[in-house]
Design a protein around this ligand. Structure first.
Ligand SMILES: C[S@@+](CC[C@H](N)C(=O)[O-])C[C@H]1O[C@@H](n2cnc3c(N)ncnc32)[C@H](O)[C@@H]1O
Ligand SMILES: [Zn+2]
Length: 335
């Protein structure tokens, strides 16, 4: 299968940002470098420094999150339907959006979003994960998703080309998350939505205690990890979770205030968080995930993040922040 024209116009040479052309392999029209396509996945990764190479090797050994045995498209959609966030995301992303998922891992979110007339690119550093995603796309008969091997800091993706730039559980595994966010933000069109999932400094605290006990007991005992328990019957996915959460070579944690600073530095207007940082807010409905929150008060934000230690702490403390690129300029132009 060759790369479709609608995908090709969203790709760029990772070295010089020139246009790519070709079918059996891709060639940069500007610098002439050829990039191979192996198992339907273009290899557009330029070599990275030692810390990132360690992360890549880590995921080559245990692709994350992996698939349950005999998984089907309806199984994937059924799991997503049980997640409130996935339902809200599906409703909020326009049916004709150009979407990129950075650090897509084994590709579940990319596959889930590849409906209607969307074009979805799932990008990751780790070929072993991408191959599981591409294999699932083939089995499920989904052809509007393209997986590519690339480093999000030197992405083989066109700047300013995407309507939705999504990345969850990834930037906190890069050596400089703030610089990684800059690369992420550059891919968004004016008006585009950024969806960023990170470990929260407060909400990850219970997990850090669990991890401390795991280390103190010589890797023998982990108290109160519901995900690990739920995966008792699936050794591969259990191992992927164990390694990702308890043995990762590169991990950072962040606060909402810090992410809001990154947003300001990159001309991204803050919209909201999931879960909601407003205390006592009504549940979101329909496409409201990309609608600005009614308030943004630093003190309330801190209280909410502390409370997330109990609500999100069980699953590792990952929260989502949503923003919109150049929102102020667009508002002024339309005024
Ligand atoms: C914890 S997994 C998250 C996978 C997926 N987003 C999810 O939520 O299930 C982190 C992923 O980020 C990828 N990753 C880490 N550093 C990266 C980088 N510099 N560029 C692209 N992907 C990267 C890893 O290969 C891995 O698949
Ligand atoms: Zn080039």
């Amino acid at each position: 299968m060759s790369v479709s024209a609608s995908v090709l116009e969203l790709l760029a040479c990772p070295t010089c940002r020139g246009d790519l052309r070709g079918s059996a392999s891709l060639r940069c029209e500007a610098c002439g470098v050829d990039y191979e396509i192996k198992n339907d996945i273009p290899d557009l990764r330029v070599p990275s420094e030692a810390r990132t190479e360690t992360v890549r090797e880590f995921y080559m050994e245990s692709p994350f999150p992996g698939y349950p045995p005999n998984d089907t498209l309806s199984g994937l959609r059924g799991r997503a339907a049980r997640s409130e966030f996935a339902r809200l995301l599906e409703r909020a992303v326009p049916g004709d959006a150009k979407v990129v998922e950075l650090g897509c891992g084994t590709g579940q979110t990319s596959l889930f979003l590849a409906t209607a007339d969307r074009v979805v690119i799932g990008a990751d550093l780790t070929r072993a994960s991408l191959e599981l995603g591409a294999g699932a796309a083939k089995r499920y008969g989904l052809d509007s998703v393209q997986f590519i091997e690339t480093d999000l800091r030197t992405p083989a993706l066109k700047r300013g080309a995407f309507d939705v730039v999504y990345s969850s559980g990834v930037l906190h595994h890069t050596p400089n998350p703030r610089a990684s966010f800059k690369s992420m933000a550059e891919l968004a069109k004016p008006g585009a939505i950024i969806v960023l999932g990170l470990y929260n400094t407060y909400a990850r605290f219970p997990h850090r205690l669990r991890r401390g006990i795991y280390k103190m007991t010589g890797h023998k005992f982990i108290p109160f990890d519901p995900i690990l328990r739920a995966r008792d019957a699936e050794p591969e996915r259990r191992r992927a979770w164990l390694r990702d959460q308890y043995e990762h070579p590169e991990e950072h944690r962040h606060t909402l205030a810090e992410v809001q600073r990154w947003f300001r530095e990159n001309d991204i207007a803050y919209l909201r968080t999931y879960p909601n940082a407003l205390i006592g807010a009504e549940p979101l409905e329909g496409g409201e995930l990309f609608v600005p929150a009614e308030d943004d008060w630093g003190f309330e934000n801190v209280l909410s993040q502390v409370a997330w230690a109990t609500s999100l702490g069980k699953e590792g403390g990952l929260w989502i922040t949503i923003g919109q690129k150049n929102a102020d300029k667009i508002a002024k132009k339309n005024a």
